[in-house]
Design a protein around this ligand. Structure first.
Ligand code: SAM
Ligand code: DTB
Ligand code: SF4
Length: 340
């Protein structure tokens, strides 16, 4: 049987991509017996992706700390006393060296993060230069710099930026408990500017911010009901950092984390879902369940922005144990996960 758009829409295991999910429908997914939820998520996953291929990104904090925003989870906020030392924008040579290292270790996308509320136009010019350099190494490029205007998004797009990361973080109703210095609507506006500039959108959230299952459902519903699903959906588990208001937040039940991944996969069947922050200290088993639930992207490399990520040798071993292999990006050549 030939699978085309029409058969996809009529076959139960390959449902059409929807943008009209109700909260009750999403909550019903969260309430499914675990085995039923995972079966459904894995079925959707296999209809759209190679179930054993995982997209590999490496992060670099190009401008660290001293951020004026008050995001309660973030070690880089100037509102909290953490061990993060503020630093200026990194020089191009140093960024290029890190990007080469990431590429040689097997990453296919390089994500540059900056602790800004919103960059000045001069900041955007500097980052545009970095994007051009990183792109010239044959890597996909991603940046997360805070709120962007449409003109700034276009400037970055013209420099060769492939993805822009800007998370919703949590539900609109829980948001006020976490951040007071910018609104949920401003986050949605930045996403819209990125989309209008023609870049791929990377947009997801964090679990472990004291939210309830309704908030998780509402976050995923908001993402799924956008006019276009984000191409990349990072699901972060809070990295609890001393000095932040959420340093002692309750940890997320690993099976609940897996459930959220599965629901994201079902709601956004064609999006790449990233098992994002929070893998450090997570054993192989919950990670394997996340991949079974439809996660097909990770951050690779020993650091996220300011906090640790699993050692590269541990991730290579995990890939070997699970028979996973790097996903080949459309525009760049496949690279094996190799030693640094
Ligand atoms: N300043 C920019 C912004 O907020 O959009 C870009 C960098 S910011 C660190 C990017 C994202 O990292 C945040 O939106 C949040 O989802 C995630 N993040 C920050 N601190 C985290 C933590 N402690 N645990 C998990 N995710 C975190
Ligand atoms: C995303 O969703 N997670 C990444 C990336 N986008 C920029 C950031 C995780 C940060 C974890 C805390 C830190 O290392 O500072
Ligand atoms: Fe600043 Fe981004 Fe951290 Fe919020 S998440 S404090 S905007 S660096």
């Amino acid at each position: 049987m030939v699978i085309n758009a029409e058969t996809r829409a009529t076959r139960p295991e390959t449902p059409a991509v929807r943008h009209d999910w109700t909260l009750d429908e999403v909550l019903d997914l969260f309430r499914l017996p675990f085995n039923d939820l995972l079966y459904r998520a894995q079925t959707v996953h296999r209809a759209h992706f190679d179930a054993n291929a995982v997209q590999i990104s490496t992060l670099l904090s190009i401008k660290t700390g001293g951020c004026p925003e008050d995001c309660a989870y973030c070690p880089q906020s100037a509102h909290y006393k953490t061990s993060v030392a503020p630093d200026r924008l990194m020089a191009k040579d140093a960024v290029m060296a890190e990007a080469r290292r990431a590429r040689d270790a097997g990453a296919t996308r390089f994500c540059m993060g900056a602790a800004w509320r919103s960059p000045r136009d001069s900041d955007v010019e500097n980052v545009a230069e970095l994007v051009e350099g990183v792109k010239s190494l044959g890597l996909e490029t991603c940046a997360t710099l805070g709120m962007l205007t449409r003109a700034q998004a276009e400037r970055l797009r013209n420099a060769g930026l492939d993805y822009y990361n800007h998370n919703l973080d949590t539900s609109a109703s829980h948001y006020g408990e976490i951040i007071s210095t910018r609104t949920y609507q401003q986050r949605l506006d930045t996403r819209e500017n990125v989309r209008a500039a023609g870049m791929s959108v990377c947009c997801g959230g964090i679990l472990g911010l004291g939210e309830g299952v309704e908030d998780r459902a509402e976050l995923l519903r908001t993402l799924a009901n956008l006019p276009e699903h984000p191409e990349s959906v990072p699901i972060n588990q809070l990295v609890r950092v001393e000095g932040t208001p959420l340093a002692d937040a309750e940890s997320v039940d690993p099976l609940d984390f897996v459930r959220a991944i599965a629901v994201a996969r079902i709601l956004m069947p064609r999006s790449v879902v990233r098992l994002s922050a929070g893998r450090e200290g997570m054993s192989a088993e919950p990670q394997a369940l996340c991949f079974l639930a439809g996660a097909n992207s990770i951050f690779y490399g020993e650091r996220l922005l300011t906090t640790p990520n699993p050692a590269t040798h541990a991730d290579r071993r995990l890939f070997d144990r699970l028979g996973l292999r790097p996903m080949t990006p459309v525009a760049t050549a496949s690279a094996p996960l190799t030693a640094e």
